[in-house]
Design a protein around this ligand. Structure first.
Ligand code: NAD
Length: 468
């Protein structure tokens, strides 16, 4: 089946297409259109035109539209979940496609109900001053392939809620689910408010450079984020960058290895590790190191990996060959450098890009899989003796997205959490994001935040009105 763009509320054929494959089977599942410069310009023009009216509709109308979008997602949840599984590889069950769709619905509803009321900054004999928040214009959204629909919702909903219009460009690896979701969302939106175009990475550059696009919201790698920032400077676009992470977890000596094993596992292996704020390096106190390794290995063995369309699968394949090869290289390098394999590290040849759940012990900080973001189902487990040393090692990274501390004493854990250089820290959990809590990275992991009213504000500019 050939998928289509949605531009100005209409289904638009692309001239050329490329095949999308199922990462569990390598079977072709559909063809994605490749936007020409002309297709792209049509989408930007439609969004620009729609902005003149959408920016002026009442707040309650925009709120209702966002609730209607949540309804559309709910009504079409099973169809979208199945398409996501075929395209992305994540299972229907577990923390997979249905979970992702439930997140889309929850985030849509929560964002719909957020308000940014006028603030009165002064109201006295010298006059009244009000601060208003206004939409920015056309928002260009660029998304990655790991959580294609949820991340699209994180970009689209706050943009639309605050009166902006959107042109979204999904990852070339996972375009189909976004094409279909935007088509469905357009059944309840005015024409041009939400447009989707797909194609190669070049389309991302067109978006970031375009003079009629006023803000870019980008989720992806640090390397591409730097390019986005560079291009966006040309017309001083507003930017939100949610970039890569190399999150560390620190297990304090008072933690119970048996109790924390399940939380550690899901912190690291959610979406087969292909998650920005997944646990990617685990520092464990020497006194409980072997126990943590044993309990984590036992739990990991119990989680079935398979084709996501089978209801029994809880973890699926890597999404694409490039990522599979990168992960394989990093694990092979760790093993060559003396890592002890507790589990996995020995993939079978296809079909599909299945990589076994892998746990690596006795590994040093300078090994590549510790220094670089592996973005796959392999966790290095490192030993420490002094907690200050563990914090220093955890912080010794250009990344600063998330972190976690594992302990049976919350006060002790909080003291360690506050010394970690990252945007979010979880105690006895990892990566559990919520729509009411701002999420974003420090250092090279990003600029700005998403979620909650802090995230909503990023889609507005401030206008202060004096002399009232
Ligand atoms: P990527 O940077 O390769 O691609 C992301 C998007 O950018 C894709 O749509 C791609 O087509 C587009 N793109 C490529 N070149 C571009 C350019 N020059 N200008 C504009 N756009 C361009 O990232 P990926 O491999 O798709 O995603 C994995 C990365 O994303 C990981 O590093 C992960 O940690 C990160 N990520 C971060 C978050 C977060 O919230 N911080 C969430 C998910 C993923």
């Amino acid at each position: 089946m050939k998928y289509k763009f949605t531009i100005n509320g209409e289904q638009v054929n692309g001239g050329t297409h490329y095949d999308i494959e199922n990462p569990a089977t390598n079977a072709k599942i559909g063809a994605s259109p490749i936007a020409t410069r002309e297709d792209f310009e049509r989408a930007v023009t439609a969004a620009k035109h729609a902005f003149s009216s959408w920016s002026k509709v009442s707040d309650s109308e925009r709120k209702d539209a966002c609730h209607a979008l949540a309804g559309v997602l709910e009504d079409n949840m099973e169809e979208l979940a199945a398409l996501l599984t075929h395209e992305q590889g994540k299972p229907l069950n577990g923390l997979g496609s249905r979970f992702e769709l439930q997140g889309c619905i929850a985030w849509s509803r929560y964002t719909a109900d957020l308000e940014l009321p006028v603030e009165v900054l002064q109201d006295n004999e010298e006059g009244r001053i009000e601060m208003h928040r206004k939409p920015i214009g056309v928002v260009g959204s660029i998304t990655p392939w790991n959580w294609p629909l949820l991340i699209a919702i994180w970009h689209i909903l706050p943009a639309i809620r605050t009166g902006n219009t959107v042109v979204i460009k999904p990852s070339p690896f996972t375009p189909l689910s976004t094409l279909r979701m935007v088509e469905l969302m357009n059944t309840v939106l005015p024409n041009g408010v939400l447009n989707v175009v797909t194609g190669t990475d070049e389309l991302g550059e067109w978006l970031t450079e375009h003079k009629d696009i006023s803000k870019i919201v980008f989720t992806g790698s640090i390397a591409t984020g730097k390019k986005v920032m560079w291009c966006a400077a040309k017309n001083l676009k507003r930017i939100t960058l949610e970039l890569g992470g190399n999150d560390a977890g620190i297990v304090l000596p008072d933690a119970d290895p048996k109790v924390i094993a399940e939380g550690l596992f899901w912190g690291a292996f959610i979406n087969s590790g292909q998650t920005c704020a997944a646990l990617k390096r685990l520092y464990v106190h020497v006194s409980i190191y072997e126990d943590v390794c044993i309990h984590l290995t036992n739990f990991a063995r119990s989680i079935p990996v398979g084709n996501g369309i089978e209801e029994t699968s809880i973890l699926g394949p890597i999404q694409n060959e490039m990522q599979y090869n990168k992960l394989k290289e990093l694990v092979d390098d760790a093993v060559a450098n003396g890592a002890r394999v507790l589990l996995g590290a020995n993939p079978k040849n296809g079909p599909g890009y299945f990589y076994p759940t892998t746990l690596l012990a006795d590994i040093n900080d300078d090994v590549r899989i510790v220094r670089e973001e592996q973005f796959g189902p392999a966790l290095p487990i490192l030993k420490y003796t002094d907690v200050s040393d563990a914090i220093a090692r955890a912080n010794d990274s250009e990344n600063g997205l998330g972190g976690s501390v594992w302990s049976s004493d919350k006060d002790k854990a909080k003291a360690v959490a506050m010394r970690m250089e990252c945007g979010s820290v979880w105690i006895n959990a990892h990566g559990a994001i919520q729509p009411n809590v701002p999420f974003g990275g420090v250092k090279s992991s990003g600029i700005g935040v998403e979620f909650g009213s802090e995230g909503l504000k990023e889609y507005t500019t401030i206008q202060s009105i004096f002399g009232l």
